[in-house]
Design a protein around this ligand. Sequence first.
Ligand code: AMP
Length: 407
Amino acid sequence: MALNKKSVDDINVSGKRVLVRCDFNVPLKNGEITDETRIVAALPTINKLIKDGGKVILCSHLGKVKNGPNEGESLAPVAKRLSEKLGKEVNFVSDYNVTGEAATAAVNAMKEGDVVLLQNTRFRGQEETKNGEQFSKELADLADVYVCDAFGSSHRAHASVAGVTKCISAKGGENAVGYLMQKEIDFLGNAVENPVRPFVAILGGAKVADKLNVINNLLEKCDTLIIGGGMAFTFLKAKGMEVGNSLVDNEKLDYCKEMMDKADKLGKKLLLPVDTTIADHFPDPIDGPIDVEVVDADKIPADKEGLDIGTKTAELYADAVKSAKTVVWNGPMGVFENPILAKGTIAVAKSLADTDATTIIGGGDSAAAVNQLGFADKMSHISTGGGASLEFLEGKELPGVVAADDK
Ligand code: AMP
């Protein structure tokens, strides 16, 4: 998906009311923000709009809001932290209705460069439903222009992500993407659609079933597809190997065979583990002590479980990365939450850190692993959206991206 979408550099917001959909879905503990990454990531777009004289109205969801509006999922802590980061007042509209009288009054009182934050969009149940038209319209009524900067939510056709754009367009307003969205789409889009080759894709994580479309799509786009993590064992079993008690998805054996045939036909390299780190059982607790040994992939005893790639595999995968010009990685190579079983994931992370190739980390666990292992600043791009980046890698169009105006 090449980005030919209007960005905040292409619109004139001076004196206009700009509704910005951010991803302020930050982790909270006892009302305190424990990781402010998402707030920091939103600052460039917000600062640009302030500088250009827009009246900046921010909205976001926070948490799942399963039992209706509640103070525990209010955006109040975000307003406070954001105000500190921007060095200016953020007028928080705490009304659980999100839009309505209080929001309208706050927006009417805005001057150029002012910032208002609306309440958690999921406090309005309509946000996530197909009949979100009314909420979409109420959001759009507050603004002249709309900017989407919430990549992590862009795979959902929610009211504040997609629905609102139709109402903004209907009254002649513009819909653009923010800098964060633009960066995500530029990196992921270029890597998948227009990669500098050789292009190596690395997939890991627990289950094959979660990544069927990613495997299929990336196999078509990349030169080498590397499989690690729990999902590798379904491939090994499909090749006729004994995998003991390792994680296997028996219903996906045919699928794995199909993918291996497809790789052959397309002339693509598909690398699977040649050895594996095994133990008697899954660690309990997950980061607790565990006795392990490394065996060849075709020598896994029936009563053992493969929990990480082995040393030879780590070298093989690192070599493949060395020869690449573009690398996309999604999913850990083993149970990386346990230091004894994190070696394969660390080796792969290190090989990415050491290369000059463009390195892109899909969100979720691989992003967490790279951050946790201290390699974050060595990567070209770490996606902020787990589900969204996976759908992107599946080749799907993201509603939040599609909804922005073309340039
Ligand atoms: P995913 O969410 O699909 O990216 O999967 C990430 C999870 O896969 C992590 O919690 C890992 O502990 C788990 N995982 C990775 N390798 C294995 C394995 N060999 N056996 C069981 N779980 C694994």
